[in-house]
Write a protein that binds this ligand. Structure first.
Ligand SMILES: Cc1ncc(C[n+]2csc(CCOP(=O)(O)OP(=O)(O)O)c2C)c(N)n1
Ligand SMILES: [Mg+2]
Length: 272
């Protein structure tokens, strides 16, 4: 049975942001903004909803997670280390030569299903896995984590049609809708609205939530158990750079490296 513990979840979220900041700063490069926006989503998946076993990452009955926006690798690595897939100590090797913890999500890391970083591929892969799982009559679920800039890639829309054609009700895509892509607002580069209507018209059930609210996130994840015959698209409204005031909603914090002074200020804010 999943256990909802808001205090524990909030504490995890705080630690995840501290660790992501430290990893990127120590590595000298990385993506903070889009890692921070997805923290509550990954906490809800890995610590509330997903069926997984860090002691046996290839357990056949596991739910699968595909981090399609692979540049937010620090967020996935922090989560996997916290779950016990590999020692936390290894986080210090992030983005270093010969490390498994490459700057973009690498499938050589325990718990990682598929290497990502070339945006736009994760949903197609997720469709294939979801179909395979169904053919084997397993009730495992596949979760795919997408960026809102990322879904401008046409391959997502091919995958969207594939998923509804095959009635992949074991597939859930979660959109980190932080409204910013690499250099600017999504609405300025290529407006995606009305986004919920688009996914509905492609045959998906759509749920919209505040992506930093654990009650809403876990309720949406629980709703998956009741939705049959179609895939589910969760639009999680988030804030890029969430948790550090001067990073929030600023495109430059997509991949900017904090100065030592900014690092200190950010850590103080996160420390509360
Ligand atoms: C195919 C491809 N094109 C371009 C890039 C470079 N790139 C990395 S992150 C990014 C912006 C992604 O924006 P979004 O999906 O909104 O991510 P988030 O805001 O969650 O960080 C781009 C263009 C890439 N990784 N892959
Ligand atoms: Mg974005």
């Amino acid at each position: 049975m999943p256990k909802f513990d808001i205090t524990a979840f909030q504490e995890k979220a705080r630690h995840y942001r501290e660790d992501i900041l430290t990893m990127v700063c120590d590595a000298g490069s990385g993506h903070i903004g889009g890692a921070f926006s997805g923290v509550e989503i990954l906490v809800s998946l890995y610590h509330y909803k997903m069926r997984h076993n860090p002691q046996n990452p290839s357990w056949s009955q596991r739910d699968r997670f595909i981090m399609s926006k692979g540049h937010a690798s620090a967020l996935l690595y922090v989560t996997l280390a916290d779950c016990g897939y590999f020692p936390k100590e290894e986080l210090k090797t992030f983005r270093k030569l010969n490390s498994r913890l490459q700057g973009h999500v690498y499938s050589g890391v325990p718990g990682v299903e598929f290497s990502t970083g070339a945006l736009g591929q994760g949903l197609s892969v997720s469709c294939g896995i979801a179909l395979g799982v169904k053919l084997r009559q397993s009730d495992s679920r596949v979760y795919c984590f997408l960026g809102d800039g990322e879904i401008q890639e046409g391959q997502n829309w091919e995958a969207a049609m594939t998923a509804s054609q095959h009635k992949l009700d074991n597939l859930c895509a979660i959109l980190d809708q932080n409204k910013i892509q690499q250099n600017d607002l999504v609405s300025k580069i290529k407006n995606e609205e009305p986004l919920a209507d688009k996914w509905r018209s492609f045959g998906w059930e759509v749920i919209e939530v505040d992506g930093h609210n654990f009650s809403e996130l876990t309720a949406a994840l629980d709703a998956l158990d009741r939705i049959k015959g179609k895939p589910v698209f969760i639009i999680a409204h988030t804030v890029k750079g969430k948790g550090v005031s001067f990073m929030e909603n600023q495109a430059k914090w997509h991949s900017r490296l904090p100065t030592p002074r900014e690092r200190q200020a950010a850590l103080e804010e996160l420390g509360g």
